[in-house]
Structure formats: C-alpha cells, structure tokens
Design a protein around this ligand. Structure first.
Ligand code: SF4
Length: 421
C-alpha cells in the first residue's frame, strides 16, 4: 500500500509530502524525503516491547502503579520534554502537572526559550512558510545551518522553492548567511557575513543605528565591516519581501533573549521600508506545539510551576536545567526527550539520582538511567495526532502502521487516573 502526503514529524519543517509504502504492517520504502526522515520512518519499529521497572520487564498495570506512586509521593515533581510528542499528549501532561502541583518545562528552555522571551519583550513580525515560498526575494539565515539541520527547508520553503512571485526559485532570491563560521548553508549564499562569536548583539544594534541614519566612526562592528552592514541594509530595504530565519547561534550565545529582542526590533523597523518578517528555526518536530499548547492551557510557554495551585512562570527558576542543577526536583517524568544526553553535567547527574520515569518509543540515554520506562507508539508513524510546524501552523500526523504500544496520550490518561485514586 502506498500512502501519500504523509507528514514527517522529525523536525520543525514538518514536510507534508512524503510517500510511504507499507507491507504487512511494516514500512518498506519512503520517497520524496531526506535521509534523516527516511531513516526515521524505516527504523520506527525497533522500540522495546514491554515496560520496565528497575530494568525488569513488567506488565503495564504494575509499571503504571509504580509511576503513579513515585509521582504522588514526590514533593517537587518535574515533567519535562514534550517536543517530540503530539499536542494531544502535551495537553494531558499539563493536566497531570496541574494535578500534582508539579513544574512543567519543554525542550524550548534549552533552545528557543530566549526567542519566546524576546517575543514577549518586542512582539514578532512573522509570516508562514507558505508566504516565504511564494513571496520572499531576500532570505537571511542568522546563526543557523538548515542545509544540515533542516535538510529540505531550502527546497520546500526558502532558497530554491518555486512560488507564485518566485517562479524561478533560487534565481529569484538573494540568500544571506550570518554565522560565526562557514557552513554548508553559507556555501550556498550570495552574501556571507562572519561576526566574531558572541557579537550578534553589537552587530544588530549597529544595524539598527545605521537604519535610523546614524553614521559610524568605526570601520567594523563585531568582526563585520560597516560597509558590509550598510550593503546588507540596502538589500533589506529594497527587497519586496524579506525574512530572517534564526537559530541557536543567536538564542544560546551571550546576550540570549536580548539578541532576539534586538533582531525583532530591527525587523519591525524594516517594515517602514518594505514587508519584512522573521521566524525561529525550530528543531524538534513539535517543539512549536509545546509552546502553543502550554500557552493556550496555562498562559505561559515554558518554565511553569503549579505548586500554588495555579500556573506561575519564571525561566531560571522553573526551567528544568535549573530545577535539577539546584537539586530541587525530587522525581521526574520525561516525555519524548533525552535530557541525560543533552543537559549540563550537574543537571544530568541529579536526574540520574532521583526516581525518573521515561515515556518514549526508544531506549535513549535517559531511559537507561530511569526507574520506569514506558514504551509508547510513534506519533506520525503508529499514532495519529497534531503537530505545529515552525511557523506555528498545526498539521495532522497520520497513523501509517499499527503498534502494540499505547500512545503518550493514553499512558498519561492512565497515570492521571491512578494519581487521582
Ligand atoms: S526536513 Fe525535517 S521534516 Fe522534512 S523530511 Fe527531513 S527530517 Fe522530515
């Protein structure tokens, strides 16, 4: 059986034109896709068959009883992850956090959390990827490398995509890359600016000043010549539709959310000359959905705590890395992410010492250290659900094959029932 227009849930591009072939409930071929996605679909069957408690295989009721006991006995539980699960499951995770008086945080806090804070400060002049495809004649990539991290972004949405007002694709666009080192993306660019590491804020501030008609009495700012900045500004002012895509090279370097607020302010000010927009390059398939779901359920996008019976928001206090590094969380439920592999050592070490439950289709590093592992179906492969693309457009994920495993949503429902009783 050939299934067309499948959404790939792997990265924030959520490409929705994949063709998957299925035989005897197994995926046998994947076409119209990238190598990352092909490997994801072809190996999505290989997770563990049974839940485990302390490394021993057990039946589901026993694993769920132990899970509920750990969470109910905890004085300061943490629920973390959410970026590779469906929004239906994210909503259940929030309900569980509310019930437990827990902290809940998504992987946003270690990638585009500063973006969200920058947007809260400055507002967000943004658009959809469809508008970029059909209209953008100037595309800037700042602190990101989509040629390697979002493999089909160039072809589907930005650099070479053919749209209504860009019928010749690449020939109709000017592409600019701003990064601290040459990358595969910068090799495709018409213009490459290479600021010194940690100098994005200075460069952006200088651009805003030059845009306002100020003159500079220095020849370079943050490693970029003023002549290059003036040239880039002229291109920005004179384009028909511009967009800056930005990544963790700006959000997780010195300045963090201040870099983003400055970038957003520059984009807003460019709208005095032309239509100019910006968009974060979101990594995980539904990390944008985690922000959206948390926001419409609680009013806040990440770093939320329910200990007082209502949601409180404070990045730095209720973010997972900080709660773990300060040894404040005494139990953790990790949903569809691998913090032991990615967190700073102090936070990861504490996570290994407290009772941890993992909901994930795969046995990752965090699962290897967890007390309870609950294997679940893969959204977009063996479970249907909803995910939000990097431009916050929600897309339906298809169920392509059957799975013996329950979904994250079902498991969270079972945990909620047990915690209540
Ligand atoms: S670019 Fe991302 S969403 Fe698109 S097919 Fe590749 S991994 Fe999947």
């Amino acid at each position: 059986m050939k299934i067309e227009n499948v959404v790939c849930p792997f990265c924030g591009c959520l490409c929705d034109d994949i063709v998957v072939e299925v035989e005897d409930n197994r995926i046998t071929a994947v076409t119209k896709t990238c190598s990352v996605s092909r490997s994801f679909f072809l190996h999505a069957h290989t997770g563990p068959a049974h839940p485990t408690v302390d490394g021993q295989e057990v039946e589901w009721p026993e694993a769920l009883d132990v899970t509920a006991r750990i969470l109910a006995d905890s004085a300061s539980p943490l629920i973390y992850g959410l970026s590779s699960t469906a929004s239906e499951a994210q909503r259940k995770a929030i309900a569980l956090a509310d019930l437990l008086g827990a902290s809940i945080d998504s992987t946003s806090s270690v990638c585009h959390g500063p973006t969200t804070i920058g947007i809260q400060n400055q507002g967000e002049p943004t658009c959809t990827l469809g508008e970029v495809k059909h209209r953008a004649d100037l595309v800037v990539f700042w602190g990101c490398n989509p040629a390697e991290a979002h493999v089909r972004h160039f072809a589907r949405y930005s650099v070479s995509a053919r749209g209504k007002l860009t019928p010749q694709g690449r020939k109709d666009r000017t592409v600019v890359v701003v990064d601290v080192r040459p990358t595969r993306s910068s090799r495709t660019a018409d213009v490459f600016l290479q600021p010194r590491p940690g100098c994005d804020y200075e460069v952006l501030t200088a651009m805003r000043a030059l845009l306002k008609g100020e003159t500079s009495d220095v020849a370079e700012v943050g490693g970029v010549s003023v002549a290059q900045l003036v040239d880039l500004l002229e291109r920005m002012k004179s384009c028909r539709f511009g967009v800056i895509f930005f990544g963790m090279g700006v959000t997780q370097t010195g300045g963090k959310y201040l870099n983003i607020a400055e970038l957003l302010a520059l984009v807003a000010e460019l709208n005095a000359y032309t239509r100019f927009t910006t968009m974060p390059m979101r990594g995980h398939g539904n990390v944008a959905g985690a922000d959206c779901t948390l926001t419409w359920q609680t009013g806040y996008p990440f770093a939320i705590n329910f200990a007082r019976g209502y949601p409180q928001y404070n990045p730095g206090e209720f973010t997972a890395v900080d709660l773990l590094a300060r040894q404040e969380a005494d139990a953790a439920l990790i949903i569809a992410s691998d913090p032991v592999a990615h967190f700073p050592r102090r936070a990861a070490q504490w996570l290994s010492q407290i009772p941890t439950i993992v909901l994930d289709p795969e046995v990752n590093l965090t699962a290897r250290e967890a007390r309870v592992v609950l294997p679940t179906a893969v959204y977009g492969v063996s479970a249907a659900g909803t995910a939000y693309r990097m431009d916050n457009v929600p897309l339906p994920l298809k169920k392509i094959v059957d799975s013996p495993q329950p979904t994250d949503e079902q498991v969270l429902d079972w945990i909620i029932e047990r915690v209540k009783t």
